[in-house]
Design a protein around this ligand. Sequence first.
Ligand SMILES: [Cu+2]
Length: 144
Amino acid sequence: MRRIWAALAAAVLLAAAGCAGGADIEVTDAWGRPSPSAASNGALYMMIANNTDSVDHLVAVSSSACGVAELHESIMSDGVMSMSPVGSAGIEIPAGGEATLEVGGLHVMCIDKQADFIAGDTYEVTLEFDKAGSLTVDVEIREG
Ligand SMILES: [Cu+2]
């Protein structure tokens, strides 16, 4: 499985190197709220722009700051907020559009946090896209 991903990532990198211009996928405003390590989980948010003319999907996420990281969606039902993992297709990033991971909506769930999330700290998070391959971004810990 790992070998397949590596081959896939290499193919994507070669394809990307052939394109001129800006990044196909751009992630901005990646952040999460401070929380002590006693809190086992934390949510991360970000804006993901797709500068290509074809739809892409964020399919997986990982970080050394998290035991496990999952893509979640918050749902309000009968006045109660709950959340669940997104489907296997991941989070759609429309062609020429963007997806917003925000409080009360889509988010990265950092499960079994491996660190205190202290305001001002940053953690690397690796995003895996169906077409664009992997992208590592810095997530800043801050109050909203
Ligand atoms: Cu969640």
